[in-house]
Design a protein around this ligand. Structure first.
Ligand code: GLC
Length: 605
């Protein structure tokens, strides 16, 4: 007679019943293993089973040696098979930062970063991007995305400004929730009805409100300025500014939330029982699990044992301990044995984790789905991304009927490294953690889009340096182009590496604009950046100015707008400053006449 199906293995049973049944069968060792997340390079397959590891992640750029769909699927499935071979067969949940597409994976669709999506301000688009991202992730067997960031950056000197949809709480909530729902909602006709991919609103709480210069973090000899710093506003302001997206995310079914590196009045969020447990889990009723950030628990105390005890007791349920995960297991085991961490707390954490694993269907579909391979970087997804690029562009200046450019324009000159560089137009969190200049993944550059858009007899000359002196006419004089396009771009960065004291254009960029100005009748400047930059003095030289943010792989979407295939409708999601010394400058602390362009500004065509 067949052995009766154990309740936790029976998909016809309720999730609560399955969790209760499984929890009751688990040893303390198995429970603590579930609370452990380790980076894929720090654990051997046999250790997954030995330590009952509950989760594995790829950090930014954490690709397998073969960075293909098959390479990823083989890596993730190998960890999963090791977990399925344990006594109770509890699957791992693998997580990545697919913050603007599954962009550690070469060939995946790279959507505009959140700052551009904030300018687009289109909730339906957000849902579609979330769902497209989820399906590309599942092709590699990954059901957990450490996104959306619901950061609300209040000081654009922060290196993570581009990960926020904007400086306004309502805008962020309005866009983050449909993205989360898109991540978690299976497409029409999908064979399963569980959560598609687990989303993770982050970083709770107050990540975008830290005071300039308050960070004490030093990584690779780089001293952070704002990232991981101290948020010093009062509780009412903290709640009003930062809590709404989390409240809405919980209502929308979020089952994991990532805690933030920052402190509030000097107290680390990762060891803040009031904000993590009383507010998030109690007052807001969050029933999912809180994941720590990367080694953030280590920052709680100089004594690691104390750090583990305090963060788990404060409400952290799973610890992202990318390297020495065994030290975490030893510390938490000691904490339980010494009565510093109660078994009730452990059971609560594991219950939350298991609930998420059952909800995402991991026990029924633990492995990658090779039939999804064609979806990765598909024509449809790239068209969706190109549409997002178009909607994200903000037209800040347009005089002398400069935009739209006639496709028959005889001579167009283009300058700037960012005009022909997928890496620069994609920014951080793309193939590598920091991102990287160059042809790092398939897509179209802005220049390629321009060349495709113009009529066959139009001439497009590209000189990255803007040195068009050699462009001479029959009369031996330098030719004057009908239109000049200069693309100014920030070098890619992430996190505190992008913290900047000074957002003024570089000397090279100022010279580039002045140089091209001399060689064209009408000058268009396109800014590729993760935030507004100081360009007040250069504005008079421009006939037109476009903020393109970090558009991702489909740079041709920029050309669509320049040549009038679609109308401009983007609006600034951040206040655009006049001078650096105005910072921090946002709608919560300034009047619109102080800015060069105010929050919500954007010309239409
Ligand atoms: C990073 C980031 C966080 C990311 C995590 C895993 O430090 O703070 O946003 O999800 O580590 O890569």
């Amino acid at each position: 007679m067949n052995e009766p199906t154990l309740t936790y293995k029976d998909p016809s049973q309720s999730i609560d019943l399955r969790v209760d049944d499984l929890l009751a069968r688990m040893t303390m060792e198995e429970k603590i293993g579930q609370m452990t997340q380790v980076e894929k390079n720090s654990v051997k397959l046999e250790e997954i089973g030995k330590f009952f590891v509950g989760s594995v992640l790829s950090g930014g750029g954490g690709s397998p040696p073969e960075n293909t769909v098959e390479g990823w699927a083989e890596m993730v499935d190998s960890f999963q098979r090791a977990a399925l071979g344990t006594r109770l067969g509890i699957p791992i949940i693998y997580g990545v930062d697919a913050v603007h597409g599954h962009t550690n994976l070469r060939g995946a669709t790279v959507f505009p970063h959140n700052i551009g999506l904030g300018a687009a301000n289109d909730p339906d688009l957000m849902f579609a991007i979330g769902q497209a991202t989820a399906v590309e992730m599942l092709a590699t067997g990954i059901p957990w995305n450490f996104a959306p960031a619901v950061s609300i950056p209040q000081d654009i000197r922060w290196g993570r400004t581009f990960e926020g949809y904007g400086e306004d709480t309502d805008l962020v909530t309005r866009l983050a929730i449909p993205y989360l729902q898109g991540l978690q909602t299976p497409p029409e006709g999908w064979p399963k009805d569980e959560i598609l991919v687990l989303g993770t609103p982050k970083h709770y709480l107050g990540d975008g409100g830290t005071v300039f210069g308050s960070s004490t973090t030093v990584i690779e000899q780089q001293r952070y300025l704002l990232d991981q710093g101290d948020t010093r506003m009062g509780e009412e302001t903290l709640r009003t500014l930062f809590l709404p997206p989390y409240e809405a995310a919980i209502e929308a079914g979020a089952l994991s939330i990532m805690a933030s590196f920052n402190s509030w009045h000097g107290e680390k969020l990762h060891a803040h029982p009031y904000l993590l447990t009383e507010v998030l889990k109690g007052e807001l009723g969050f029933g999912g699990f809180i994941i720590s950030d990367w080694e953030a628990v280590n920052q709680v105390s100089d004594d690691y044992y104390t750090a583990v005890v305090e963060s788990i007791n404060a409400g952290i349920d799973m610890v992202m301990t990318p390297y020495d995960y065994q030290a975490f297991i030893v510390a938490l085991t000691r904490g339980v044995e010494e009565g510093r961490v109660s078994t009730l707390r452990i059971d609560d954490a594991v219950r939350r984790i298991l609930k998420a694993k059952f909800s995402v269907g991991l026990f029924e579909s633990p492995l990658s789905n090779p039939t999804l391979k064609e979806v990765v970087g598909s024509k449809d997804h790239r068209e969706l991304a190109r549409q997002a690029v178009r909607k994200s562009l903000v037209l800040l200046k347009n005089e002398n009927q400069t935009i739209p450019i006639e496709k028959e324009t005889p001579l167009i000159i283009v300058a700037g490294e960012g005009a022909d560089n997928i890496g620069l137009q994609s920014g951080g969190w793309t193939i590598e953690w920091m991102g990287k200049s160059g042809p790092i993944t398939p897509g179209t550059t802005i220049l390629e889009g321009i060349r495709t858009a113009v009529s066959p007899d139009a001439i497009v000359n590209y000189e990255s340096s803007g040195r068009f002196e050699r462009n001479v006419g029959e009369n031996g004089k330098p030719m004057i182009a009908d239109v000049g396009i200069v693309v100014i771009s920030e070098e890619p960065y992430v996190e505190g590496f992008g913290d900047r004291a000074n957002l003024t254009l570089s000397g090279e960029d100022v010279d580039l604009i002045a140089r091209v100005r001399k060689h064209c009748q009408k000058l268009i400047v396109i800014i590729i950046s993760g935030r507004p930059l100081v360009l007040t003095d250069q504005l008079p030289l421009m006939d037109a100015l476009v903020a393109a943010w970090l558009p991702g792989s489909e740079g041709a979407g920029v050309a669509d707008m320049l040549f009038g295939d679609y109308p401009f409708n983007g609006r600034l999601p951040f206040t655009w400053l006049r001078t650096n010394d105005q910072l921090p400058l946002n709608i919560n602390n300034s009047k619109s006449d102080q800015s060069l362009f105010s929050f919500g500004f954007g010309l239409e065509t």
